[in-house]
Structure formats: C-alpha cells, structure tokens
Design a binder for this molecule. Sequence first.
Ligand code: UD1
Ligand code: CA
Length: 457
Amino acid sequence: MAETPVQVVILAAGQGKRMHSNLPKVLHPVAGKPLVRHVIDTARSLAPAKIVVVYGHGGEVVRSTVDLPDISWTRQEPQLGTGHAVAQALPVLAGEGQILVLYGDVPLTKASTLKRLLHAGKDGLAILTVELADPTGYGRIVRDAEGKVLCIVEEKDATSEERVIREVNTGIMAIPSDRLADWLSRLSNRNAQGEYYLTDIVALAVSEGASVRTAQPDADWEVLGVNSKVQLARLERVHQRNLAAAMLVGGVRLADPERIDVRGEVNFGRDVFIDVGCVFEGQVDLGDAVEIGPYCVLKNVKVGAGTRVAAFCHFEEALIGADGVLGPYARLRPGTELGPEVHIGNFVEVKKSRIAARSKANHLAYIGDAEIGERVNVGAGTITCNYDGANKFTTIIEDDVFIGSDTQLVAPVTVGRGATLGAGTTLTKNAPAGALTLSRARQTTLTAWVRPQKVKK
Ligand code: UD1
Ligand code: CA
C-alpha cells in the first residue's frame, strides 16, 4: 500500500513554568538529548515531507540549539491554545496528505505507534488515545452508544459524567491536510480556558461525517509528557530501562539493568559484561568479551575485544586496542590511542598520545603529547612535561624503553630504542638508544651533620 505523504507539526511553544528553569522546557534532556530532539528524530524516521516546529516565548534558544537544515520554524506569540499553535504552521505546510501533530515535550513515542495512527487516519482524522486509571487533567474521548467518537472534552469543560471517562486524548493526532485549514478557522475560544482548542476539530469532523478513528500506543509511557523535573526523571528511568533491556536482549550481561545510563549509542560484540553505575555517552563501541568494571564513564570511545576495564575509569575520545588492562582509576583524554595488550593503571592520565602494543604505565603518571613504542615500561610517577606555559611539545619514546620511576621528560625529547632512564631522571636532552641515562646527583652522606634541635625560650 502506498502511504500518503506526511507533514509533521511539533508543538513546542508552551512555557514549562513548572520546570522552574531558565532553560526552555523542550531543551531539557532525556538520555543527554533535548526532549524536542527525541521528537524530531522519531518524526524523521517516518520520512515526512516536512517537519515544522512551533516555538514560543524564549524559543529562540530552542531554534538556535536544535538548528537542523530539514526543520522549519514558526513562532507562536502569544500562545492562544493548541489549535492556534497548529494554525501558525499553516503557512509553512504545503501539499496533500496527512498532518501529524506531535508535542515537543512528549519524547518517547515509538515510530511504530505513529505509523499505526497514520494508518488509522488514512481516510479521515485519527487520535492517539490511552485508557488511564487516573485520567485527571486530560481531555476525555467522548463516544456514542456504538462506541463512535463524538468529541474531545477538556477536563475543565467536562461534566461530572464526562470526567468519569478514562479514555484520554494524548494530544497526538493525524489530520487530513485538505480539511485542516477549514477546521482551524472554525475554532472558537468560548471555553473554560479561553483557548483555541485543537481538540475541537474532532466534533467538526464528526459533524461533517468524516471518518474519526483512534489508535493506541503499545505502552503508556510512549505518550507521557514532561511538565516538571519529577516527570523528566521518571521518563529518564523509563528510557534507560528500555535501553538496558535492548542491550540484554542483544546479549550484553549487565550486573544490574537498573544501574546503567546510556546517553548516546552503545554498540557491542558478544559476551560483553558491564558492572553497575556506568555512564556511556556519545558513540561507544565495545568489542567481544569486553568487561567494564563499576562506575566507569566512557564517552566516544572504542574498546577492542577482550579488554578489561576495572572500576572508576574515565575515558573520553579514545581508541583502546584489544586485550588491554585498564584501571582502576585510569583517565584517558581526547586523542588517546592504545595498541593491543596495553596496561594503564591507577591514577594514570593519558592525553593525545599513542601507546603501542604491550606497553605499560601502571601507576601515577601523566602522558601527554607522546608517541610511545612497543613493550615500553613507564615507571610510577613518570611525567611528560609537554607544556612550557605557552606551547605544547612532543615526547617520543621508542620500542623497548624502560623508564625508571619519578622521571620527568621535558619535551621535545626522544628516548631511543631500548634505552633505560634511571629513577628520578629529569630528561632535557635526547637519551641515546640502548644506554642507561641518569640525571640525578650522586648520593652522598654527611657524617658530621646533626638534626636541628628546638631552641628553649
Ligand atoms: C492538551 C489537550 C488535551 C490532552 C493533553 C495531553 C488541547 C486543547 N488539549 O491539553 O486534550 O489530553 O494535551 O497532554 O489540545 N502548546 C503550544 N501552544 C499553545 C498551547 C500549547 O505550543 O498555545 C503546546 C505545549 O507546548 C505542549 C502541547 O502544546 O507541548 C500541549 O499543551 P498543554 O498546555 O500541555 O495542553 P493541555 O492543556 O495539557
Ligand atoms: Ca500537558
């Protein structure tokens, strides 16, 4: 069946007073992504002919933050209701098909649900509805004795009999574009809230004998909106639970699916294990049999197969080879590239450096702007002095080097293949290959020396 073209209108002009925030409501994040971006991304997955966002007071920030080439923007000022909001999009809408109305503060609706709604509305109007145990605050779906939809009545305008109705309007609708402008032009604001209700088009459609049908989401959380931080937190948990469930289904072992946060995308191989309290941001790729210990943060990181990451690590913009042993308490900063079987231990920070196969920095080190070869041992307390206060310089450490503890490498400097640096060396000139280089003063003992005594007053 050839689907009719769809144009999406996203309502996002509401103020969101109950968020108690300077940030516009639809920019508050779920899984690190603004609410309205979730709605836009779902809308995009339907391949619509157009996406229009209706924004309002303070919404310039929304526009500049989201700013995508395929989005049209239209301002609603003042905000006179949902019907008035959709009317602001009319000049931007063009052509036939269906107009899908979404809310910018309802982030988790599934594309499959929207497709079902569009199908229900293929020759008329369709409303996404749910039955709620407590329908308070929602518009009620009023049906006749045969179950045919008659109208939507808002809570504030409802009679006590209507308030008993548990089937509610989610606000999401599919409207035939050839009827939209006419229906909107006939809305009135003679109601309890003095607003132009989009919901009143339902009674207009019924009076014309147009088809009015309903569709339902698979789960109630798909149609939950955000009006407060309480609801934001609730939706975050729902979403995280869904992401964790998908990872489990895909074969990842999670120590506790309630204690993982994904703010981006995680790709994973077979037999991956993730312990509690980890946060994944951006694009994270975990190879086969990767193990991530508790309380790690990984942002835009690729981890090679078989690598084990112990507790409390923080990795950002890093490429990690296979069979590595990392942490606990390791920090990899942007531009880190580790070859296979590299060990990075506790309180070791690596920035913009390449460390080749089987090299180790196991304790308390800073490696910045460095090129480290294979099988290098970086002793405890080693520091690349890469910065002179104005410029950054590179340290090169060739294959099979042994760097003694508490060494400073004052860049630019090169340590030749197979060289050894004695503990406590401050290296300011290149160290030749294969030799031992030291810079510390010779140890002496002063036998005549006595400890200072406290002077009596
Ligand atoms: C609306 C529906 C109600 C439904 C409920 C679901 C109407 C008249 N009522 O009620 O039937 O049960 O949603 O949550 O449609 N908005 C604008 N401009 C405006 C007014 C609203 O852009 O002038 C946007 C808001 O930002 C929000 C959405 O429209 O995203 C809904 O607005 P809201 O005020 O929350 O509608 P409700 O009164 O809750
Ligand atoms: Ca609402």
